[in-house]
Design a binder for this molecule. Structure first.
Ligand SMILES: Nc1ncnc2c1ncn2[C@@H]1O[C@H](COP(=O)(O)OP(=O)(O)O)[C@@H](O)[C@H]1O
Ligand SMILES: [Mg+2]
Length: 239
């Protein structure tokens, strides 16, 4: 196996709240993996640690064999990590094309910028909406625009935080197909997701996070049948 990401003994607390507790996590290059867990489990915090928006209290993160624990976010992005966060990151007053220009402007120029924008518009099914203000796109189209903004510069690892939240079943299925297409191009995918039908559609395997720690890891069947996993979700629903 050829790991693209190796997290070891990662710890992070904010005051009294521990968001990462001795996390050991290895992701193989080419994988499609899902991270699940109840609200507040630390999934988004884990992504912020991976991107370098939070500095860990202890532990290490290796990407493509290099220790990136001390690198700044932009240096990690330059190495090939890209992320689509939970909160929308599009500029609603700008057109779809302008959003892509803003996302790629520091990486691409001239003909390669134009070519990449054309390719991303096609991939996200937004060619006909290039001049449309992003704010008037459907919710699903806005999410796809953001995925397009995250993959234009061909990352090696794409992190997606709840990419299908608020989507219709049809939009959700279409998003799964888009992620398979990206994975076929060689992009490793790690997604936080709640919709188990979507997890089923995209993931080879699943990791469960609970109270900042890895609770379980396995195939989708192993995880859905795991009595402890069912309990932590029921516990969360009781709160
Ligand atoms: N910057 C922060 N400061 C203090 N507490 C935080 C911060 N970020 C997250 N938390 C807390 O850490 C816990 C995990 O949050 P989060 O990573 O967003 O969980 P998830 O994405 O799994 O729902 C929550 O209890 C949240 O309130
Ligand atoms: Mg979250």
């Amino acid at each position: 196996m050829n790991p693209i990401l190796e997290v070891s003994k990662l710890n992070k607390s904010f005051g009294g709240v521990t968001v990462a507790r001795d996390i050991d996590f290895v992701l193989d290059a080419g994988a499609m993996h899902c991270l699940i867990g109840p609200n507040g489990a630390g999934k988004s915090s884990f992504f912020r640690l991976l991107l370098g928006e939070h500095a860990p209290d202890s532990g290490a993160i290796r990407f493509s064999g290099d220790d990136i624990t001390a690198l700044r976010s932009f240096e990690r992005i330059r190495k090939g990590i890209s992320v689509k966060f939970q909160v929308p990151g599009i500029f609603k007053a700008l057109s779809v094309r302008q959003n892509l220009e803003v996302a790629f402007q520091h990486h691409l120029h001239g003909a390669s910028l134009g070519g990449t924008i054309r390719r991303v518009l096609e991939f996200t099914n937004l060619t006909g909406e290039a001049a449309t203000h992003a704010g008037v796109l459907s919710h699903g189209q806005q999410q796809w625009l953001e995925i397009g903004m995250a993959v234009g510069v061909e990352p090696k690892l794409l992190l997606l935080d709840e990419p299908t939240a608020g989507m219709s079943p049809d939009e959700t299925r279409k998003t799964g197909e888009m992620l398979h297409e990206l994975n076929a191009r060689g992009i490793t995918i790690l997604a936080v997701e709640h919709d188990m039908a979507f997890v089923q559609q995209i993931a080879d395997s699943v990791t469960v996070l609970h109270m900042g720690a890895i609770f379980a890891k396995g195939s989708i069947d192993e995880i859905t049948e795991h009595p402890g996993v069912q309990e932590i979700y029921l516990g969360a629903a009781d709160e």
